[in-house]
Design a protein around this ligand. Structure first.
Ligand code: ADP
Ligand code: MG
Length: 617
């Protein structure tokens, strides 16, 4: 057999390696911003076009590079930051692998302009697919400007994998925040498609957080500070009442590097235990300083994961420090070791006013009354066909519901129509009840063929989803005017996102009286929405849009209807009056697709008499 192994040409090796370092425009942003920081810049500007797909440019006033270094920096493993393997355990820079620029140059059109303090003139180099295409002298101030154009131009498959511009922008903003939060003393600016998105002057940490996340943030912050032999902790946690369902502001920095650590997150979360609802997430900006010898950052190409020598000790210390901080700011309840926690009001109920228990008596109950005939009974499960908007539901084809699915509505209808034309046994059964709830979660009703069990939350989601989608497409929402407008503070980027969704949101019934900077004022809400839940609904919507998966082919309207339906729907655990239960059943079966929730979960199950019979054999 002939020899078949060959060495890959450099540009191919670089392209392959690029896959590890550069997943999306945000990865380029991260690498370039970190290089600027490593170069000692005090002012850094990020310029973007089309969510970085067309251009990512970083301008810094750092130390710059000599003409030779400017060429060399694009070589693989070319770095000024370490010299030997030992240095890996004494890192004071963000970079050290010497592969970011080589990787980026393999998959984009790159232009580098740089000048050191002492050089008379700067140098400008253009690179395409790892090949230097031009080099010339230029007159520029000290510092470096790197422009990365047409990312993945030579790997169409990777380019096609990029998500929509709002999603890619979101990723970039995340990276930008991480670097900006790690280096509050450095000034940062971000310009996207010509407009200024962030302008952050160099300042102290607290002010930097406020500049990024909005002026309202200031009063939410609780300082955290502690120092032991192995670790120094600094920063802030958000007061427990600002914990949100959507994962919000959660930042760990170790030696000024943003890192992800589920383990340390757990330490923080456990310090908040009992102070926030289990489904909510605490917010934090925590800065750990450890001896560089005691960590290993070299375990992941993007350098966001790190190994600590003394993980358990750091966990324990973090947890107790945060508990202490929360306690000091008299946020945690005073500890009383003799108290029996069993007597505590569960958090969910602590804010509710007590309800007077009621006894339900059926005044019409008459034990001697015979069962009425079934002929004149209404037909609550009949589906209202409204052809005007039916065709608007793209992708909700009828084929699906006519599949052989034992839970499908068709089966139920057929069975019942055959006999009496009604699914229900009758509305005036002996006990006067048609429906009842179990565990405040399921609505149970008897149907002609047996029993139907409906998931109240999923059913209501389906109802709201179809209604919202209809309203958005037909622009016919019913809005409930608020007596006094309510206003919210959101971060600039969230306000920008709401601004871009304004029209569709208004079609669902929201009325915005003002949207600007960090302020959103609302004077009307969709009918049925409580004023108190508006903020949560909007937060959730933003979170859902941010994590959108456009490949799945869902439109923004669809996504929005899903998100709103989910936040607005009657929750599990809510007790429903009989009328409310019936109303849900009626509305559900007026839906086009009653058997599945917007996220494709079954909404109800049925059990036929046969199924029961089998159980008694
Ligand atoms: P690393 O950051 O891991 O060293 P990079 O590929 O990101 O690898 O950069 C290679 C080298 O190029 C760096 O070590 C540094 O010497 C130089 N360099 C990159 N960006 C800049 C910049 N903005 N200013 C000055 N030097 C830079
Ligand atoms: Mg680097």
């Amino acid at each position: 057999m002939p020899d078949i192994i060959q060495l890959l040409p450099d540009h191919v090796a670089n392209q392959i390696a690029a896959g590890e370092v550069v997943q999306r425009p945000a990865s380029v942003v991260k690498e370039l911003l970190e290089n600027a920081i490593d170069a000692g810049a005090t002012e850094v500007t990020l310029v973007l076009k089309d969510a970085g797909k067309t251009l990512v440019q970083v301008i810094d006033n750092g130390i710059g590079m000599s003409a030779t270094d400017a060429r060399l920096c694009f070589e693989r493993h070319a770095t000024s930051k370490i010299k030997s393997a030992e240095d890996l355990f004494n890192l004071h820079t963000k970079g050290f692998r010497g592969e970011a620029l080589a990787s980026i140059a393999a998959i984009a059109h790159v232009e580098l302009k740089t000048k050191t303090d002492t050089a008379e003139m700067g140098v400008k180099i253009a690179i395409e697919g790892s090949e230097v295409t031009s080099q010339e002298m230029v007159v520029i101030p000290k510092g470096t400007t790197i422009s990365v154009k047409n990312l993945f131009y030579n790997i169409p498959a990777r380019r096609n994998f990029l998500k929509s511009n709002p999603v890619e922008t979101r990723h970039i903003i995340d990276e930008f925040h991480r670097v900006a939060l790690a280096h509050p003393q450095v000034g940062f600016e971000m310009i996207h498609n010509g407009s200024n998105v962030f302008s952050l002057p160099g300042t102290k940490l607290r002010q930097r957080i406020v500049n990024i996340f909005g002026s309202k943030t200031n009063e939410k912050l609780v300082p955290v500070a502690e120092e032991t032999d192995i670790v120094k902790v600094n920063g802030f946690v958000l007061k427990p009442e600002f914990a949100r369902k959507s994962r919000g502001e959660q930042f760990f920095f170790v030696n000024d590097r943003f890192i992800k650590s589920p383990y340390l997150h757990h330490a923080v979360a456990s310090a908040f235990e009992g102070l926030i609802k289990t489904e909510n997430h605490p917010g934090y900006f925590l800065y750990l300083e450890v001896d560089p010898h005691a960590i290993d950052i070299n375990i992941h190409p993007t350098k966001t994961e790190i190994k600590f020598e003394d993980e358990h000790a750091i966990y324990a210390m973090l947890r107790s420090t945060i508990k202490h901080s929360l306690g000091q700011f008299s946020i945690a309840p005073v500890l009383d070791f003799n108290r029996d926690a069993g007597f505590d009001t569960p958090y969910e109920y602590s804010k509710k006013s007590p309800k007077v228990p009621t006894i339900e008596v059926d005044k019409n109950f008459n034990p001697f009354q015979k069962e009425p005939k079934q002929g004149n009974i209404s037909f609550p499960f009949k589906r209202e066909k409204s052809p005007a908007w039916e065709s608007l539901y793209v992708g909700l084809e009828d084929e699906e519901s006519s599949n052989d699915n034992s839970f499908s509505l068709e089966n139920i209808e057929m069975e019942s129509e055959e006999v009496t034309g009604s699914l229900f046994e009758g509305q005036h059964q002996e006990n006067g009840k048609v429906t009842f709830q179990i565990q405040n979660k399921y609505i149970v009703s008897s149907i002609k063929s047996g029993l139907i069990v409906i998931h109240q939350n999923l059913a209501h989601q389906r109802i709201l989803y179809e209604e919202l989608l209809k309203n958005i497409t037909l622009h016919q929402a019913v809005s409930q005017q608020l007596l006094f407008p309510i206003s919210f503070q959101f971060s600039k980027s969230k306000v920008a996102m709401l601004q871009s969704l304004k029209e569709q949101l208004e079609d669902t019934g929201f009325v915005f009286s003002e949207i600007k900077e960090e302020l959103v004022e609302i004077s009307g809400v969709p009918s049925g929405v409580l004023e108190s839940s508006v903020e949560e609904i909007l937060q959730q919507l933003i979170a859902d849009i941010e994590t959108e998966v456009p490949e799945a082919g869902y439109s923004q309207n669809d996504l929005m209807a899903k998100s709103l339906a989910k936040s607005m729907a009657i929750k599990t655990g809510v007790s429903l009056s009989m009328e409310a239960q019936e109303h849900i059943i009626h509305q559900l079966f007026a839906c086009k697709e009653p058997s599945v929730s917007p996220n494709n979960r079954p909404v109800f199950v049925t059990m036929g008499i046969n199924d029961f019979d089998k159980k008694f054999m």
